[in-house]
Design a binder for this molecule. Sequence first.
Ligand code: FES
Length: 358
Amino acid sequence: MAQDDNGGKDSVSSGQHVSHDALGASPGTAVIVRDAVQDPGLPPHRPRTTDINPKAEKRAERVVYTLFYLSLAGSIFAIAAYIAFPIIEGDSGSVRLNNMFVGLGMTLALLGLGVGAVHWGKALMHDHEGIDIRHPQPGTTEERAAAINVIDEANRESGFGRRTMIRNSLLGALIVFPLPAVVLFRGLAPMDQDPVALLKHTMWEKGTRLTHDPSGVPIKASDLTLGSSVQVIPEGLAELEHHKIEEKAKAAVLLMRLDPKDLNPLPGRETWAYDGIVAYSKVCTHVGCPVALYEQQKHHLLCPCHQSQFDVTNNCEVIFGPAKRALPQLPITVDSEGYLIAQSDFTEPVGPSFWERA
Ligand code: FES
């Protein structure tokens, strides 16, 4: 830039003349003025090969539906592998084989869907850019009609209705895709047992002693002082060789001693407590965290996961938080030696909802 000594003007690289006064600079000071960056706008639209070459379009279509069919095959492969390579208890080799082949199938299923969808969008769907203005809710009749037009247009542009091979392969892949997950969930329960029965029943049965967790020492009613709370497990759990963890997860119970006058049992539950001692499932009915904190003064149980609170004086009904059901109560009494025992199993499934317990 060259400084001008004529009339307070500077000559700048762009060829413009700018006054020192306008820039707030004192005469004799070098001033640099850059051209403002213009919005370059969108680059000119360049048609893709698939836009101008019907053969390339056909080829891309073939690639997309092949990928969707690969996804479908991957899902079926995952299910078949799960059955063909069962997990045998105590055999870590069988776990490796099962995980490897089921994982391979699911990877193929996910990749096929993902890559197919991306390729469809990039190579075959229209690629023009548009601006969607945000409207206040709810839309007017015209706006809703316009929305339907947009959906129709999307259908036209994506070719979802027209490209039947892509549509059918995608629908097939999406329908089969969740099945491996269903199979895997079934695998959480032993194959020779009914999973619903497993969810409905625990180790507790008539006469089972309540014991300290984890020592397994039986508890006498006289051991519990007013206001105390103890975590208990069923007698015999410690000796279990298999499924100890699963059984403990279902059967864990909290035992609390209150003043009997503070308890308001539901009709039919008047004999479920023993001298103010009540036992409730420790498994939160929201999503199954262990309910762990007992507020002795207010007689509230708190689940630390999402802060559900249960009122022990009122049958552990929910008084706060996302849980929807009261904690199931274990009916208890004492045996001839004064040890606390269960009167039966829980009369309802413990823990969160499942498909047979909404
Ligand atoms: S698991 Fe207890 S509140 Fe969510």
